[in-house]
Design a protein around this ligand. Structure first.
Ligand SMILES: Cc1cc2nc3c(=O)[nH]c(=O)nc-3n(C[C@H](O)[C@H](O)[C@H](O)COP(=O)(O)OP(=O)(O)OC[C@H]3O[C@@H](n4cnc5c(N)ncnc54)[C@H](O)[C@@H]3O)c2cc1C
Length: 409
């Protein structure tokens, strides 16, 4: 290894994805750095806000492999069934953990809860230099290393690393600097996120309901609450966010219906403009981008972080294999192996999520009939349902060791 390098791997971005990567690689003999613009625990950091994150069963396995699941589990509410329907129409389908022979299809935690476990564990990692608050302001690469210029307290310095990982979110600076080709689409929709307490117990069922103004998801949470992801058109956001709690609950009830009785309490609200963004290439010499920096999805299917965590699992496997063989973990050979492994799934999940978001936001009658027939067919055909459940759980395709619940090696 070239001694002029400061690190073997430098991660830009300590959000859910970057922090997970640092933890998965810690303790493997690599010199690691994690740079983030926010100090850990900064209440203003959007990565760790109150949004409910549906962790797929496959993500549980990855956290098991990293050794973090025991710390996450006490706060994670299992999803035992998923009920998908088109509001006011005949089609629906149901996925069940029992049918799939797993303890749960997934689990719901808030980003804040997950963040506190990840950042807490990172504090104990002596081999991770956690550089924050610091902003990455320039990047470059030569044959041997990536050169990352960081600005901290008005001072600039350059760090050299065998590999630079851009996990710096949807507005990725690293992606922009590399000029990676992207596909981007704004939906003209926003997600309003909160939690509600329904009159009837949620019984660990997640509801995905499609309405003519966009999809609504209700996910089971701890203490009998449900996480709400309510997709609305951009022009409606201001009005809905300005409603008082009683009027908000009434409006949401009208969208979701009374399957869980009346909604009695509502938590804090936040809204997020929605877009699809996907890179068509994710590597350049000495650099790779992962997580939301590589793909930012509509939250309809709760796949964004799950997909990013599978990027982490695959990258960990390629980097550790190279390290164990005495190869350079930042070489183009390693990066190409990662890219060809991940590209197909990233593309499929992005296209599938986008298709769902568009199809189920469209009020045109022929499309409505078609999608209802689709849901009904899915319900009647166990093989279709099984394939959908495996994909939703993150268990389809080639799985890295971590996604099989095994420690990396
Ligand atoms: C409403 C909503 C609901 C969702 N629900 C789900 C769900 O149920 N399941 C699911 O899997 N996913 C869900 N997601 C998606 C999920 O939240 C994201 O995929 C995930 O949080 C992305 O994490 P990240 O680490 O890639 O990016 P981010 O969280 O954006 O982190 C990027 C980090 O990089 C840092 N950074 C940026 N630029 C720089 C720089 N120049 N220098 C230094 N640091 C920098 C930032 O400070 C930040 O900490 C949802 C998203 C939304 C909006």
């Amino acid at each position: 290894m070239n001694q002029a390098r400061d690190y073997d791997l430098l991660i830009v971005g300590g959000g859910l994805v970057g922090a997970s990567l640092a933890l998965a690689l810690s303790g493997r003999g690599l010199r690691l750095a994690l740079v983030d613009a926010h100090v850990p625990g900064d209440p203003g950091q959007a990565s760790y806000d109150d949004r409910g994150i549906a962790l797929a069963y496959g993500s549980r396995r990855i956290f098991e492999g990293i050794g973090l699941w025991p710390a996450i589990a006490p706060q994670a509410e299992p999803i035992c069934d998923i009920h998908v329907s088109d509001r006011g129409h005949f089609g629906f389908t149901r996925l069940s953990a029992k049918e799939e022979d797993v303890p749960a299809l997934g689990y719901v935690v808030t980003a804040r809860q997950l963040g506190s476990v990840l950042l807490g564990a990172l504090r104990d990692c002596a081999d991770v230099d956690w550089i924050a608050p610091a902003e990455v302001v320039a990047i470059a690469a030569d044959e041997f290393s990536a050169h990352v210029t960081i600005e901290q307290e008005d001072q600039r310095r350059v760090l050299r690393s065998a590999l630079l990982v851009g996990a710096d979110g949807g507005r990725s600076f690293v992606r922009e600097q590399l000029g990676l080709p992207i596909r981007q689409w704004r939906y003209g929709q926003s997600a309003i996120v909160t939690n509600v307490t329904p009159q009837r117990p949620h019984r660990n069922v997640a509801y995905e309901r499609f309405t003519d103004s966009g999809p609504v998801a209700l996910l089971p949470m701890s203490e009998g609450r449900c996480a709400v992801v309510w997709t609305v058109r951009d022009e409606q956001v201001e009005e809905i966010m300005a409603l008082d709690d009683a009027a908000f609950v009434q409006a949401f009830q009208a969208r979701f219906g009374h399957r869980l009785g009346r909604f009695e309490r509502v938590g804090r609200r936040a809204s997020y403009p929605l877009q699809l963004l996907r890179v068509r290439e994710s590597v350049r010499p000495r650099t790779v981008i992962i997580g939301n920096a590589a793909h930012t999805l509509h939250p309809i299917a709760g796949q964004g972080f799950n997909l990013g965590l599978r990027d982490v699992a695959a990258l960990v496997e390629e980097v550790l294999r190279a390290h164990a063989d005495g190869r350079d973990p930042g070489s183009m050979q390693v990066l190409r192996a990662y890219e060809s492994w991940r590209h197909d799934e990233q593309r499929k999940v992005a296209i599938g999520t986008d298709g769902l978001a568009r199809l189920f936001s469209n009020p045109l009658a022929p499309l409505r009939v078609g999608r209802n027939l689709g849901l009904l067919a899915m319900d009647l055909l166990p093989f279709g349902r099984h394939a959908l459940a495996r994909a939703a759980m993150g268990l389809a395709g080639r799985l890295p060791r971590l996604a099989r619940g095994l420690a990396p090696r």
